[in-house]
Design a protein around this ligand. Sequence first.
Ligand code: ATP
Ligand code: MG
Length: 542
Amino acid sequence: MSQPRNMQDYDKTYAEFQWPHYETYNFSRDVIDRWAEDPNKLALWWVDDHQNEVKMTFREVSEAAQKFCNVLQSQGIGKGDVVILILPRLVEWWVINIACLRIGAVVSPGTTQLTAKDLRFRLQTAEAKCVITNETLAGRIDEVIGECPTVQSRIILNSHREGWLNYHEAMVDASPEFPAVDLGANDNAILYFTSGTTGNPKMTVHTHTSYPVGHMVTGKYWLDLTPDDLHWNLSDTGWAKAAWSSLFGPWICGAALFIHHNDRFDPKQTLEFMGKYPITTFCGAPTIYRMLVLEDLKAYTFPTLRHCVGAGEPLNPEVISVWQEATGLTIRDGYGQTESVLLVCSFPAFEPRFGSMGKPTPGFDVQVIDEDGNILPTNREGDIAVRVKPNRPVGLFKEYWKDPAKTAAVYRGDWYLTGDRAYRDEDGYFWFVGRADDVILSAGYRIGPFEVESALLEHDAVAESAVVASPDELRGEIVKAFVVLAPGYSPSEALVKELQDYVKKVTAPYKYPRAIEFVTSLPKTISGKIRRVELRNMEWKR
Ligand code: ATP
Ligand code: MG
């Protein structure tokens, strides 16, 4: 195990941690410009699949962002105005984010896979004043622009289009100086959509401190970054995880980003890159790791890699074991939400327990509570909650955009409710059970899908699975598993029986899947999370 850089003693760090307090804050000035004092300090290293490569220092990022602030200002965009930003992993995505933070515009990143209907919803609901994208999405935006009267500026990259300002041309004559605007700690800064795993994505408001300051714990203690690191995070620019692990977390720590712009995830190429570029830290969703461990890992080398993390979904113990055997590194699980920064983590400062997501992040009082807001004793399943009274932790969102009812619904007494279920063991480790909606109630037992899915994954025939409740006259609900088989295996009655027996052996027998259906793929969100809700609804409709 390589020595963690930023936290040696978890208990001590947790006990002593204090959130910094700011009356005003500007990430562009207080973080980017500070690193830019060293003119050579690398901020990002970008490559694509056509031998193109770009390296930018913090100074270059700052100058480009200041130029773009002048462009935004010339377009009538300023403090508080919503800017919708939809770009693949192009360096301009980073420049534009920093520019919006500098001028105080509210940036709302989205994924390039949005449809015209999604775009209309976002532009209208957010009352967006400006939209920035490339040719791929511009057509879809023009389809609905007539119904979005608040949009006064459209900016396009790498092409020309009527009614759109060309980004690169506008940048040519823009001045590289733009003083950072003084922003209140509670002013709106970022509008992120949740992943939409359980329903429609929710528009989540972050302030100039909740993410820009709050992610200091994400970058320092989970990603374990220092100014000497080259950090690679695979997530799409449209999700909050990009803010966590491709923007605020790393840059607060002065680490450089490695960015690979490609059309689709390629496990072989990803593993090759870990040997080809001096990447020191790597962050991927569990779905990514599940695909990586299907490769022949012995065929690759990991000369500079020292730390790996996963987040977004529960991380199956089997995946951690296989990865560890090949690389010598333990994938450190991180738990959190669009609504928050890192909340619970298998920090590198302590021994991991495979399958547990670890312990609360410094700066957060995270507990497992009951219906009345009482903290539950150890080993009792309940709601994962964050204490918000008397002190609200910095790294928590402000509200759901213009939706006081939805915002009020996530509080219970002194607590913010995550909507997830877990229990805590005698040593303080949290064990994720499932999203509250995903927990299965069978013949009086409560069964979390994660444990059953992890048990299935230990069997060689299983590449991936989703476990949901299926209606049953006798038991109310039964455990049903949708299984994607590993290469070389094919469905059979005998295999159903074998998997059932296998799960009975590795977990409490009552949890075994009474029904198994083999499928070729699982329904997922664009960000790669399993949508159990879809399978469950299908079961109940049958
Ligand atoms: P929506 O709220 O729209 O249904 P979502 O909850 O998936 O979508 P995100 O904010 O991207 O949107 O994801 C946060 C959720 O992802 C958490 O509440 C939890 O359910 C799950 N999650 C994230 N990290 C982990 C983890 N390490 N272990 C288990 N679950 C995780
Ligand atoms: Mg959620």
